[in-house]
Write a protein that binds this ligand. Structure first.
Ligand code: MLT
Ligand code: MN
Length: 312
């Protein structure tokens, strides 16, 4: 199985269009060791021909342009694509807006939890993907699901979606509810176990996660590769950078560092490769010369980059 990180940044990308924080400025200026990144998406293939996307980011057009594997074969039909299916891990803008760019009466399938499919259903703009050409399929939490293409053929990719602590998409938040839970496990945000259906080697893709609990640890304990929420280095990073008021906890994102962070929380697991993805434009690890970057690398983690490949 081949995996390709086609977008390693969080919502907004890096640099973000309106951001003048030092990291976005450096990336814009082409500084060495501060690489631009597009928004959150992963591609997986069992046979090297057909690909399943995990999330469809607003940058999908640019991501396809940068990824020959996702382009029509030069000797293929007049209209064609190697993209067979899109699996959504939540309904965030950075994970669903790219669906709108995949309109053009091209068959493929969309898989998501019932909660996320209801969000698509409630937004008629997503009907630009005619459901009779692009069927929407429920991803039942906890169940193994064979991913099939728009013509119902198996793609060779088999996944299991499972709820992780998280929240509804920002645009669906009830801001008047003082008891709102930003780390519930209701199925608004899922992680996925990805395999090629034969053999034990599994990758886990969890681009959004509010905290690590015992059930999540047990689930990912034997991962050959973990791609995990690397939004922030510290919980109050956006506040101290002066770009916003929200902490990671408020956004439903765990931090890399700290006692409750991902590095400490997963340190005792025997995971193969561990890679941070969905990296926010305020995260100091984006600067390869930073002490935070060195700390993360020394802890055995890789920092996701666009185009990074994993072979399992
Ligand atoms: C998130 O990951 O928290 C969201 O993508 C934020 C957003 O919608 O901008
Ligand atoms: Mn996001």
């Amino acid at each position: 199985m081949r995996l390709k990180i086609i977008g390693s940044a969080a919502g907004g990308g890096f640099p973000q269009w309106n951001c003048n924080y030092r990291l976005s400025r450096s990336a814009r200026a082409g500084a060495l060791g501060i690489e631009p990144r597009t928004q959150s998406s992963l591609a997986a293939s069992a046979d090297g021909n057909g690909w399943v996307l995990f999330n469809a980011s607003p940058d999908i057009r640019q991501q396809i342009a940068a990824t020959p594997e996702l382009q029509p074969a030069s000797n293929g039909p007049l209209r064609s694509t190697p993209i067979r299916a899109v699996v959504l891990t939540n309904a965030d803008v950075d994970h669903v807006a790219g669906l709108l760019s995949l309109r053009e009466r091209q068959p493929f399938t969309v898989y998501a939890t019932d909660e996320v499919l209801q969000v698509l259903e409630a937004n008629p703009i997503f009907n630009v993907l005619d459901p009779s050409i692009v069927p929407r399929r429920v991803l039942p939490p906890g169940k193994e699901t064979v991913i099939r293409d728009g013509e119902n053929r198996e793609t060779g990719i088999v996944i299991q979606g499972f709820a992780v602590p998280g929240k509804v998409a920002l645009y669906l938040e009830d801001t008047s509810d003082p008891k709102a839970d930003f780390s519930s496990e209701k199925g608004d945000t899922v992680g996925v176990r990805i395999t090629n259906g034969n053999g034990p080697s599994a990758a886990f893709y969890i681009p959004g996660c509010a905290r690590i609990d015992a059930s999540l640890k047990a689930r990912i304990a034997d991962a050959a590769c973990l791609l995990f929420d690397g939004t922030l280095y510290t919980d109050d990073e956006m506040v101290s950078a002066g770009v916003g008021q929200k902490t990671g906890a408020r956004m439903g994102h765990i931090s890399m560092s700290g006692e409750d962070g991902a590095i400490a929380g997963l340190a005792d697991l025997a995971i193969g490769r561990r890679i941070f993805v969905h990296i926010n434009n305020t995260n100091p690890v984006l600067d390869e010369s930073s002490p935070e970057h060195a700390t993360v690398r020394a802890a055995g983690w890789e920092i996701g980059r666009d185009g990074m490949e994993i072979e399992l």
